[in-house]
Write a protein that binds this ligand. Structure first.
Ligand code: FMN
Length: 316
């Protein structure tokens, strides 16, 4: 089953968009670990693409693709224009955020609150597709929000949005509660429902359905891939980045031998030295590395050592 899926889906594994985490530095580390996994950027608002320093925001290192950019917003025209601008930057995919439950996101009426407005999402996706020069457009969402929590609510959303041409949906297998829960509680206090996502794939076999939520091991990924087209890994990429080192071999038929933890640390520190010389804070640069020894006997020792480097500098 896994083999068949590999033949039809280009990216069975991806790393999730995570605000203040999925930046260029963590992506540098991830690329040392896996050349083929699709890496999502953190969420970028369409307004920032149009009015901010788009070049600084969207440029990435040559070794980084495949990368997917996640856009946020709720104005179809604005998102269409932002998409047109993004096409100059060699992204593999552009994704629309319909999953984030933060207060700021709700106030701006984007993120997961858009789940209640499938027609608007369809209009947005339509504009994005029209302007994307054939770069695929995907949507990341949840199982539902607040009282919109039935399987029918989910299928209605998918039907309306896929009707305009969206072929790929990433489903964080939890509901979102907009009232009285923080984004963290929205990730930790609500139960997961994987079978609902499996059913979605059965009912929409022509769509690419990617599952996300608390998947942290190779065994879990393999199990999900027997039922779905792909798996998106979020927090585990930070708590346990070395997990990614086996992805190319297992999920992309890669022949390369994974680098050892020591080789990864050496190569990342080399990069961090250069970035620190440009003025980036060491704390920030070393953050993605903190979990690299997770699961090893001396994990705590290394975590402390890396933390210390952030204080004393990298000229040791
Ligand atoms: C710190 C943090 C920031 C996040 N930022 C985003 C974001 O910008 N866009 C988004 O769609 N999801 C965001 N998420 C949700 C993740 O993409 C993912 O759906 C969630 O963490 C569940 O996956 P996991 O259990 O594998 O971590 C964020 C999650 C975390 C922990």
């Amino acid at each position: 089953m896994l083999k068949d899926l590999k033949e039809i889906v280009r990216y069975p594994i991806s790393i999730a968009p995570m605000l203040k985490y999925s930046d260029q530095h963590s992506r540098y580390l991830f690329r040392l670990l896996t050349k083929k996994t699709l890496l999502y950027t953190e969420m970028v608002h369409a307004n920032a693409v149009l009015k901010g320093d788009a070049k600084a925001l969207l440029t990435f290192e040559k070794n980084q693709p495949p990368i997917a950019l996640q856009l946020a917003g709720s104005d179809p025209i604005q998102l269409g224009k932002a998409t047109a601008k993004v096409t100059k930057y060699n992204y593999t995919e552009i994704n629309l955020n319909v999953g984030c439950p933060s207060k700021r996101v709700q106030a701006g009426d984007f993120g997961v609150s858009l789940f209640a407005k499938p027609t608007l999402v369809a209009e947005i996706v339509s504009q994005m597709l029209e302007n994307s020069k054939d770069i695929p457009i995907s949507v990341k969402t949840r199982l539902g929000i607040d009282e919109l929590n039935t399987y029918d609510d989910l299928t209605h959303f998918i039907e309306v949005v896929s009707a305009v041409g969206c072929k790929k949906f990433i489903i964080h297998a939890r509901f979102a509660k907009l009232k009285n829960l923080s984004p963290r509680q929205n990730r930790t206090q609500l139960a997961l429902d994987y079978p609902r996502v499996w059913k979605l794939k059965q009912d929409f076999p022509g769509l690419e359905i990617i599952i996300n939520g608390d998947i942290i091991s190779i065994a879990q990924i393999k199990e999900q891939l027997t039922k779905l087209d792909g798996v998106m890994i979020g927090r585990a990429a930070f708590y346990n980045p070395y997990l990614l080192s086996r992805f190319d071999q297992i999920f992309f038929s890669g022949q390369n031998h994974p680098l050892s933890r020591e080789e990864i640390v050496d190569q990342y520190l080399e990069y961090a030295r250069k970035e620190a010389a440009k003025g980036t804070s060491l704390n920030w640069l070393l953050r993605p590395l903190m979990g690299i020894y997770k699961g090893e006997n001396n994990a705590k020792f290394w975590r402390k050592k890396i933390g210390k480097l952030a204080k004393i500098g990298l000229d040791f």
